[in-house]
Design a protein around this ligand. Structure first.
Ligand SMILES: [Zn+2]
Length: 414
């Protein structure tokens, strides 16, 4: 695949191929939650084309930083199919999940007008974006509408069919590696009511439990912990003893107690930028056992921002890396060049946390640059560095633990 240029002409960029690590370790990452099927990675925003399709460059940048495996989230029929297509296009690098996200669960509702056709059509809803991670509690859809049970049966039959077809693919590399994304999201009841979400989760859990062999689960839980755990137990037993392949609760933002309960049930915890927003979030991340940790970006959403509590660990990391680089006498050339470049730019103060790649607004898209506000998998190194900072362990320990956990649960080649 296309490898983007390392050296950007504009000095505003990056620190070259690798921000000096404190050891000689070369990190390796698996992004367990990346919404690469979102049209935004084809340059399409809300139905309008804003720049060329740069999906290959996005994958290229990921691979370049060491994120050599991407598990692309399927969150609806369309995105699950698109994720599976991407897995075919990038064998051994891209893998897919298939399921119906709580925010896409309105297809189970009687008031949903696209009804069962949605599960079949390819072209319709061509620019459906994945739901953003920010809650909007302002316009919840109330319960009371019930669920369309006839349509529900059809949806589950279609999903069963989609999974069976994906599993029978003759490709040498597995394409479908998990059931999901599915679960509950009570922060976002404006997409689907609680009763519809509960139904969607329950019927998909029943399907997941019936698969032979089962698939690992890619789960989403927001502000819904008690119901989430109750339904999991109803499907797989009090200790989830009938859950054959395990699962991960991704984009975790719950409490320490909730996280411990999930770990005790044998589940893994996925963290991304949304997991570091507040000091409370970071306390939770500190308590995640390395043996239960997975890393993700949830791009195009959930980027780490300077306003987030976790940002300070990136500042710390850069400061340490800089100090280590200054002490290195073996390689005086590169730092010098970079310093001179920095001086030429003169007026611009060097950011505390430099971007590895140039970042431009989508209106000013250019080849090799990232798009402002569109998170992508190459930023997973930030997630790993923040987790390491919070837990007070090395990036190597974080990366290796997450890699091993992910390879094991999703059955990937190491
Ligand atoms: Zn999610």
């Amino acid at each position: 695949m296309a490898q983007p240029e390392l050296d950007q002409p504009n000095g505003a960029v990056a620190t070259g191929p690798a921000t000096p690590e404190l050891t000689n370790y070369t990190p390796r990452y698996i992004d367990i939650g990346i919404n690469l099927a979102d049209p935004i990675f084809r340059g399409r925003y809300h139905g309008k084309s804003r720049h060329p399709d740069d999906l290959k460059a996005v994958v290229g940048r990921a691979v370049e930083v060491g994120c050599t495996k991407l598990i692309v989230t399927g969150s609806s029929f369309k995105s699950s199919r698109d994720a599976l297509k991407l897995a075919k296009e990038f064998p051994g690098t891209v893998f897919a999940t298939a399921g119906i996200h709580p925010c896409s669960s309105s297809i189970f509702s009687p008031s949903h007008h696209k009804h069962h056709d949605e599960s079949q059509s390819e072209g319709e809803d061509g620019d459906e974006h994945t739901p953003a991670c920010d809650p909007d509690p302002s316009k919840p859809i109330p319960d009371g509408d019930g669920v369309d049970l006839v349509r529900s049966d059809q949806i589950i039959a279609d999903l069963t069919d989609l999974i069976a077809k994906a599993r029978s693919s003759s490709s040498s590399s597995p394409e479908l590696v998990a059931f999901g994304e599915f679960g509950l999201d009570y922060d976002r009841l404006h997409y689907a009511s609680k009763e519809v979400q509960l139904h969607s989760f329950a019927v998909q859990l029943a399907l997941a439990a019936s698969l032979k062999p089962q698939l690992p689960l890619f789960l989403h839980s927001r502000a819904a912990h008690a119901d989430f755990v109750r339904l999991l137990k109803e499907a797989f037993g009090e200790r989830l003893e009938r859950l054959e392949k395990g699962g991960v609760v991704h984009s975790f933002t719950g409490t320490v107690e909730e996280m411990r309960e999930l770990m005790e049930l044998g589940l893994y915890i996925g963290v991304n930028g949304c997991s570091f927003k507040t000091a409370e979030n970071c306390v939770v991340v500190k308590e995640i056992e390395l043996s239960r940790l997975m890393l993700e970006t949830d791009g195009p959403w959930c980027e780490v921002r300077p306003s987030h509590e976790g940002w300070k660990y990136l500042v710390e990391f850069e400061a340490k890396a800089k100090a280590a680089a200054a002490e290195t006498v073996d390689e005086p050339e590169k730092p010098k060049q970079q310093q001179q470049q920095g001086k030429k730019k003169g007026q611009k103060k060097e950011p505390e946390v430099p971007d590895r790649y140039k970042v431009v607004k989508k209106e000013k898209w250019e080849e090799g640059a990232m798009v402002k506000g569109r998170n992508e998998p190459c930023t997973i190194e930030r997630v790993a560095r923040i987790v390491a900072g919070i837990k007070g362990v090395s990036v190597e320990e974080v990366c290796e633990a997450a890699w091993e956990n992910t390879v094991k649960v999703f059955g990937l080649d190491s």
